[in-house]
Ligand binder design. Structure first.
Ligand SMILES: [Mg+2]
Length: 301
């Protein structure tokens, strides 16, 4: 098992306790004799909690089973709604990326050409910035028609409200565009751990989120991205509801081991690994199964 500075540990996790994290203790701090003695240590309240989205606040299946298919199935209809009179020139980069291997330079872009390339790159989970922007536009259109609703785990709103009450700034970091993130949380539909929707209505969680970061700050598995985010949070402090001091304590919660490792390697944040399917991933990391241990720890902070 790899040890991480500022390690976060849930003791006694086992597969049959997948949803029973209420019994566990969130122990934050150095992984030292104090933790081995299984004593609960005082939690130092963070100034910021940074949340991954896919697999952390939202079922991973939402992106692959809902969002991406929506783009592929509706891209042609969406493109026909574009009335800016500029044709598809602004999508040329997408076509060029899709046809990079052939080296062909499309002489004239067409709707079917753009639609096909968007579907292909979406299926490949391309992180091309222009594609992300276009996907965000399609999502906005879908949310506006009510066809799309943003699936958010039921404990997300609880955590965000607690952060607000505890004067902790909540932020998100996802490879999805900032616009897509805002759309998701402004049309949030509460879902269970299995992804089942609790109710048809949606709520706007964006008043509880102060900042959003996307791929423009860098790759999520690059430690420099987390240093950049920390610096941005500090430099933008005047715009936030609370002051973020230099060297502020920041927690990053993600379902990706690579992201948590990159975060911890940055030396600027404490990475916490979450596995909504705890016990099924075979992870060698210590993990939490949902936000409840965080919520419990913050109540005690
Ligand atoms: Mg994730």
């Amino acid at each position: 098992m790899r040890l991480r500075s500022g390690a976060e540990l849930i003791r006694g996790a086992s597969s049959e306790k997948a949803q029973g994290s209420m019994k566990r203790k969130l122990l934050l701090g150095k992984r030292d004799d104090t933790l081995r003695a299984k004593k609960k240590v005082a939690v130092e309240k963070p100034s910021v909690i940074l949340l991954d989205i896919d697999g952390t606040t939202t079922p991973s299946s939402f992106v692959s089973n809902v969002l991406f298919p929506f783009v592929s199935e509706n891209i042609t209809t969406f493109l026909r709604t574009q009335k800016d009179g500029t044709g598809f020139e602004r999508f040329r980069e997408i076509v060029e990326a899709a046809e990079a291997d052939s080296g062909a330079e499309p002489a004239k872009l067409s709707l079917p050409m753009v639609a096909e390339c968007v579907s292909k790159l979406t299926a490949q989970r391309s992180a091309l910035p222009l594609l992300k922007t276009l996907q965000g536009e399609v999502y906005a259109w879908g949310y506006s028609t009510g066809e799309l609703k943003g699936a958010v785990f039921e404990d997300v709103e609880v955590l965000l409200k607690l952060c607000q009450g505890k004067n902790i700034l909540a932020a998100t970091y996802s490879s999805g565009s900032v616009n897509a993130q805002k759309l998701l949380f402004s049309h949030a539909q509460s879902v269970s751990s299995s992804g089942k929707a609790h109710a048809a209505e949606v709520v706007d969680l964006t008043p509880l989120i102060s900042e959003y970061f996307d791929g423009t700050v860098g790759s999520k598995i690059d430690s420099s991205s987390y240093r950049t985010i920390a610096e941005l949070l500090e430099s933008n402090a005047k715009d936030y509801p609370r002051k973020i001091d230099n060297g502020a304590k920041i927690w990053f919660i993600s379902d990706s081991e690579a992201e948590v490792d990159a975060c911890n390697a940055s030396g600027r944040m404490t990475g916490i690994l979450i596995d909504r399917n705890l016990g099924q991933s075979g992870s060698m990391h210590d993990v939490i199964g949902n936000f409840q241990p965080i919520i419990t720890a913050l109540h005690q902070a």
